[in-house]
Design a protein around this ligand. Structure first.
Ligand code: IDP
Ligand code: MG
Length: 144
């Protein structure tokens, strides 16, 4: 097995619904190591960069709007096969279709508001962590 980094964001709906602890609890219980943790409110520009692969899609504007609508929690984890492990734990995109036992399956009935984001490769995890842990991406950390 290969030790990997994976990046997650607890989305504004997850924070609003009080699921920060539950998401982190599941990651730790699984045996993943938390190596980075930060609460922030994403600027619109950084939400756009985070979801650059979806630019032009019908849901892109609504997604960027939603992701910058309130505080999020960025989580960097490390573990054997972390990307696949985390993607399996969060479940498919649509909370209505995600099986019980997955984070989305247990807590979401929406395709947009599905509690968590997780990168789909280690390369993307590093790219996305670079955005979320950049102070200039946090509305509250910006000088103006
Ligand atoms: P993922 O989060 O499971 O990787 P992606 O296809 O990468 O799913 O989409 C990124 C995010 O965009 C989703 O988590 C969800 O919040 C939103 N999204 C994806 N497809 C739709 C859609 O058809 N309508 C509304 N929002 C969507
Ligand atoms: Mg994705």
């Amino acid at each position: 097995m290969v030790r990997e980094l994976e990046f997650l964001l607890i989305k504004p709906d997850g924070v609003r619904r009080g699921l920060i602890g539950e998401v982190i609890r599941r990651l730790e219980a699984k045996g993943l190591r938390i190596v980075g943790l930060k609460m922030l409110r994403l600027t619109r520009e950084c939400a756009e960069r985070l979801y650059d692969v979806h630019r032009g899609k019908s849901f892109y504007e609504g997604l960027v709007e939603f992701m910058s609508s309130g505080p999020v929690v960025a989580v960097l984890v490390e573990g054997d096969g972390a990307v696949e492990v985390v993607r399996t734990m969060i479940g498919p995109t649509d909370g209505r279709r995600a099986p019980p036992g997955t984070i989305r399956g247990d807590y979401s009935t929406s395709v947009l508001e599905n509690i968590v984001h997780a990168a789909d490769s280690e390369e993307r995890a590093k790219y996305e962590a670079g955005i979320a842990f950049d102070p200039s991406c946090d509305v509250h950390d910006r000088a103006v």
